[in-house]
Write a protein that binds this ligand. Structure first.
Ligand SMILES: C[S@@+](CC[C@H](N)C(=O)[O-])C[C@H]1O[C@@H](n2cnc3c(N)ncnc32)[C@H](O)[C@@H]1O
Length: 269
């Protein structure tokens, strides 16, 4: 049998769905990401026209749908697409527990063929933490961006190459950096590669979008060591620091992830 994963060579999360759910969410790391991206999304929502009647939103490679559920709570309609049926099942359970099933449609498909499952373009797409798991991220991003109607918005988050370099250096993995950071199989929950932000910004602009905002996700937290005495601060101070500085350089470009949001130009622009 040829599986979808074999066809695309992308990283289907079927075998790590439960582990992913346990490790990533509910941690300080997850909290920083949720807070920063949610601040951006609130701005994004004010910039999309017509949100009074509820927006059509595509959560592409949406996994457990953590962020899109916050949007569903505001009354928006979500199409959740993922390559992994295991992730979709876990998401469906959580969405049901939160009483949001009516606002969701579930699509088990690679994002590369999402067009077959949509009858019209959407107001907003979320494409978070997926590109770094793909064999060929650019065409997938373009397909996702194609689903946005003129004037609509894209929210794209990706694993940052520069943050990965810096993290490796801070951890003393200097030979690994000098060797070009070849993929190491033992870190199953770590993406194979980071994307260069300047390249992703270019892809987004070349797809007919204007970039509205960018944030670094975990620009500081991941570089703080765990020696015995690190100074006097609390986890909430780290979050406050991230919120204060994550949208300005040079910190933004050192985020472990980068969130960028952009508006599709009208045809006449
Ligand atoms: C790191 S998770 C991110 C999930 C979610 N977007 C988030 O931000 O929490 C990556 C997800 O992308 C999915 N995925 C990988 N390749 C895909 C593809 N070609 N099409 C659709 N989903 C894909 C995986 O199954 C997994 O659920």
């Amino acid at each position: 049998m040829i599986t979808q994963a074999a066809v695309t060579e992308d990283r289907n999360f079927d075998d790590i769905a439960h582990k992913f759910a346990k490790n990533i969410y509910g941690s300080d790391k997850g909290e920083i990401r949720q807070v920063i991206v949610w601040e951006d999304l609130q701005q994004l929502l004010t910039a999309v026209a017509g949100s009074e009647n509820g927006l059509d939103i595509l959560d592409a490679g949406g996994g457990l749908a953590q962020m899109s559920q916050k949007l569903a709570q505001l009354g928006h309609r979500i199409t959740l697409c993922d390559l992994s049926s295991e992730m979709l099942q876990l998401a469906q359970q959580d969405i049901a527990n939160n009483g949001l099933l009516e606002q969701y449609r579930f699509v088990h498909s690679p994002v590369q063929s999402i067009e077959q499952h949509l009858t019209k373009q959407v107001d907003v797409v979320l494409f978070h933490a997926v590109m770094e798991w793909l064999a060929d991220p650019r065409p997938a991003l373009e397909t996702v961006l194609n689903q946005v109607k003129p004037g609509g918005m894209a929210s794209v988050m990706f694993y940052n190459h520069h943050g990965l370099v810096y993290k490796n250096v801070v951890c003393g993995n200097i030979p690994h950096v000098l060797e070009g950071m070849p993929h190491r199989k033992r870190f199953k929950l770590q993406p194979q590669k980071g994307l260069k932000p300047e390249q992703v910004y270019q892809w987004i602009e070349q797809a007919g979008f204007t970039i509205c905002g960018k944030s670094g996700i975990r620009c500081f937290s991941d570089y703080i060591g765990d020696r015995q005495y690190m100074g006097d601060y609390q986890p909430e101070d780290v979050l406050a620091l991230e919120r204060q500085l994550c949208r300005q350089e040079p910190y933004l470009s050192l985020g472990r992830y980068i969130h960028v949001w952009a508006q599709k130009k009208d045809k006449q622009d």
